[in-house]
Design a protein around this ligand. Sequence first.
Ligand code: ADP
Length: 268
Amino acid sequence: MEHIITTQNLSFEYHTEEQTRHLVLKDINLQFKKGQFIGIIGHNGSGKSTLAKHFNALLVPTEGKVYVKGMDTKDAKHLWDIRQTAGLVFQNPDNQIVAAIVEEDVAFGPENLGISPDEIKERVEYALKAVGMWEYKDYPPHMLSGGQKQRVAIAGIIAMKPECIILDEPTAMLDPIGRREVISTIKKLNKEEEITVILITHFMEEVVDADRVIVMDDGKVVLDGTPKEVFKEVELLKKIGLSVPQVTELAYQLKREGFDVPLDILTV
Ligand code: ADP
């Protein structure tokens, strides 16, 4: 099976003005399967954003390699293809929305690809429908809620027809309703549009039904498995400052005490 993203011995250091070495990613080896929903969790400063930026060549490794559909992110001739294959959505929708009207905003990326006006129209409609925002196409973005703005920002990426979207804490600035809207939109894009999703978050409940969960600590991958495999490591997760969803913790506590708890309840 083809992997959409592969990292090989990826290490990265930021060069600070004081010329001090700041090794932020340490020997990361990952392979992401096409079509999967992958969650990456870790506390602040563990290196998640830095890793995400390697997935669409916003950063390139200090050591090692990153390949997007086999394309080496260090090879400048692939930059455009890589950016189209793997789209990155950031935390704050206000920083990603550029136009005065929703529809124009979503058209912005495809316009830069130099495709025909008819196809741009089609893509805008497809993208806004995919995130459930088509009825707001004539709205000025400032009239929308945080969750709606984030869905418009996601539509802007979807309109580029990426195979993979990477979302870097897309719900961190949203209220609970906005969070739910955005998470259900992301899941729908994965299931119905078959887009590979890499969701970076520190809300563990957002990844309980991911295909795979990767836990980072201090620039390293410390856990990697299904949500059930990862969430049962309650002690390790606590040690690195992550709180396991209460229902999960309770289920594992009961299980340790000998109760027959069906762990399927964790993937509601
Ligand atoms: P996370 O997304 O998990 O919060 P980051 O990737 O943002 O982690 O940060 C990892 C580490 O890299 C932190 O110690 C942070 O201070 C440092 N860092 C992030 N961005 C920069 C930068 N532009 N220059 C120097 N250090 C940075």
